[in-house]
Structure formats: C-alpha cells, structure tokens
Design a protein around this ligand. Structure first.
Ligand SMILES: NC(=O)c1ccc[n+]([C@@H]2O[C@H](COP(=O)([O-])OP(=O)(O)OC[C@H]3O[C@@H](n4cnc5c(N)ncnc54)[C@H](OP(=O)(O)O)[C@@H]3O)[C@@H](O)[C@H]2O)c1
Length: 339
C-alpha cells in the first residue's frame, strides 16, 4: 500500500476547489467548502460540496460516497474541518469515525467557534497538513465568506462592461451587448453564485434589465440572487426588474453605506449599476473587487464607465492592482483588488 503522491493530493485539492465553486452561493451562512477523499493508494473515492443550511457539510458527503474505502485514506478539504456542533455534528467526528490517516486542508477556519479541528485531528493521531493551494482557495471559492468573517460586511464586486476606450454605453445610452455571448455567459454564472445584484434607477430607466441569472439556453438558473434597485425616483411597476423571476428590493436612498446596511445579512454582492452608482460606491470606499469585461470596440462619446470618483489630480488616483487577466471569447476579463 502506497501513500498518495504530492501530485495526487494537489490534483484532489483542485477537484475540491471545483466542488466548492459549484455550491457557491447556496450555502450561507455556512462557507462553500469542497472535499475529496483519496483511498490509501491515492485514488479518488469520494467528492462533496457543502449543502444548503442544515444539510451535510462537504466532508460528510465525500465520506459517504467513499464508504469503507476512506479507512487509512486522505481527506483533502478547502477549509479546516469544523470542530463544533452547529446544525450538524462536527466534521472532525465524521473523519475520525471513518478512520482517515491524513487530512490536508487549504485555509484555517477563522471562526473561533468552529476552529480547533486540526488540533483535535492531530491529537487523535491523524497526520494534518495545512496551507495547500491556500491562495487559490482564499481568492476563489472562499473569498467573499472570508471577507465577511474578517470585516462583518458583505463583499462588494463592481462589475461593468466597457469598450477599450472606457465607455459603458454608446452616446444614445444603449449599452446592452457591448461584450460577447461568452462574456455574458460568464457573468450569468457569477450572478447565480451571488446573493444580490444592485443597480441604480438610471439603469432601470434606460436598459430595463431583468437582472436574473440565466443558463446559456436563456432559461433561468436554479438559483436567483435578490435584485436591488437604489435611488429616490419611483420605477415603473411594469419594469422587468419587478417581474416574477426573482425577488426585488427597492432602496430609496443614494447612500452606499445604507445600501450595504440593508444587505448586511448577505455575503456576495454584485454591483451592476451605471456610472453614477459606481462612482458613489467608489467614493465611499465600498468596493472590494472590480471585474471589468473589456470588449475590443471603440465607442467614444460621453458615457464613461464611471462618473466622478473624487479624483482631481493624478497623485490622488484610486490605485488598484490586477489579480488576474483572462480572455473570454473575443473579450478580456480584468479582475482587480484595491492596491
Ligand atoms: N456597461 C455597463 O456595464 C453598464 C451597466 C449599467 C448601466 N450602464 C449604462 O449606464 C447608463 C445609466 O447610467 P446611470 O449612471 O444613470 O445608472 P445608475 O448608476 O445605475 O443609476 C443612477 C441613478 O441612481 C440613483 N442614485 C443612487 N445612488 C446615487 C448617488 N450616490 N448619487 C447620485 N445618484 C444616485 C440616482 O437616481 P434617483 O434620482 O432615483 O435617486 C441616479 O440617477 C445607461 O446608459 C446604461 O446603459 C452600463
């Protein structure tokens, strides 16, 4: 019998990350976690992602699939296994009962109530390794949940589509379909994983968007985020954003902090408003990540992606840094965090 090779363990962690991405958005208040069980020879015998609140955690699902083949094997998990009785028993108990010989996890649990899993496993003689692909996990499936644990606030991503000359709409205000089908499909996957999509009344008046998450065929995704409209003007009861496809909250304010307060029980907020609302959130320092879909087109004209952000001279520019740059069909997706 051979122990799993480091390559097999890393491949298992990548599988666990994929399992976590798949359940992202459906696990609140629990974190979206992925787990994979390797048998003593290093073969994958179980995979799981956290189920909805009160449902089994990732480790428990993966162990169920593995059955007796988990004994003497390795559990590979994106987050330190929990050590407390919440709505479900501690995952550490399940791992010990299954007789795994080793546990490898990416990120330590920052929640003091659930932490301590690694210590308990070690005390029971299990070989524990921490930190494998920690950056990928902390910047990927666990990003918004970790932000919420750290700050107590939901994580806000400002998403916009732009031409290469920084225009978010043509001179007549039309902005739908700046980017390609591929870029829009990517956005819809992100919408399905988000808790809320926020726009200003201006976008509702000009674009009349539905703001739902849709599958490539056009049909609604299984999970729909809350739609949020911000601003003082009344929107038409006929507006698409008020249709039956999802729930909608109208917040009669222009203050980004009030918007965040109203959404404080959420974790992952996607700001999809126009230049006015984006400018207001940037001035308020209320954006944690920017996702810019950049199309290889030029529009010129007056509608810039963002209005006044309070910068009058270059020395005061708001500095961000690129996290990643991806090609999506003919477009680019730039992901940035505060620099
Ligand atoms: N390319 C893209 O990604 C993208 C995305 C969305 C929209 N757009 C385009 O953007 C254009 C609409 O721009 P927009 O700026 O009007 O849209 P917006 O930012 O979504 O809505 C602006 C409205 O929000 C309200 N508001 C909320 N907070 C505010 C604040 N702090 N300060 C001022 N107003 C605040 C105001 O309405 P009240 O008077 O009701 O308070 C304001 O008129 C359209 O052409 C649309 O096609 C492009």
């Amino acid at each position: 019998m051979t122990a799993p090779t480091p390559a097999a363990v890393e491949a298992a962690m990548r599988l666990a990350i994929t399992a976590a991405q798949r359940v992202k958005g459906s696990t609140y208040p629990n974190p979206p976690v992925g787990a994979v069980i390797l048998d003593p020879g290093g073969d994958v015998v179980g995979t799981g992602g956290t189920q909805r609140t009160g449902g089994p955690h990732a480790e428990v699902l993966a162990l169920r699939e593995a059955g007796e083949r988990a004994a003497g094997g390795t559990a590979v998990v994106t987050l330190e296994p929990c050590n407390h009785h919440g709505r479900t028993p501690p995952c550490v108990d399940a791992l010990l009962a299954a007789g795994v010989a080793a546990v490898v996890y990416a990120v330590a649990d920052p929640n003091p109530v659930a932490a301590g899993g690694a210590d308990r496993l070690r005390a029971a003689g299990v070989a524990v390794t921490a930190g494998l692909l920690a950056e990928e996990v902390a910047g990927g499936p666990l990003r918004e949940w970790l932000h919420k644990q750290r700050t107590g606030r939901p994580h806000v991503t400002w998403k916009f589509a732009t031409s290469i000359d920084g225009r978010s709409a043509a001179a007549d205000g039309s902005s739908q379909w700046i980017t390609s089908d591929a870029a829009r499909a990517d956005l819809h996957v992100r919408r399905a994983a988000a808790d809320a999509i926020v726009v200003g009344t201006g976008t509702v008046f000009v674009d009349d968007p539905t703001l739902t998450a849709r599958l490539p065929g056009g049909e609604p995704a299984e999970r729909q985020p809350l739609r949020v409209v911000v601003g003082k003007r009344e929107i038409s009861p006929e507006a698409n954003v008020l249709n039956e496809d999802s729930r909608t909250m109208v917040i009669r304010t222009r203050d980004p902090h009030e918007v965040i307060k109203a959404l404080t029980d959420r974790t992952d907020i996607l700001l999809e408003g126009g230049p006015t609302l984006a400018g207001a959130f940037l001035r308020a320092g209320a954006i944690d990540r920017i996702l810019a879909y950049v199309a290889p087109i030029l529009l010129g004209g007056p509608v810039t992606a963002v209005d006044d952000v309070g910068v009058l001279t270059i020395a005061k520019a708001l500095r961000w840094r690129y996290d990643s740059v991806e090609r999506i069909g003919p477009d680019l997706l730039l992901s940035l965090t505060p620099g």
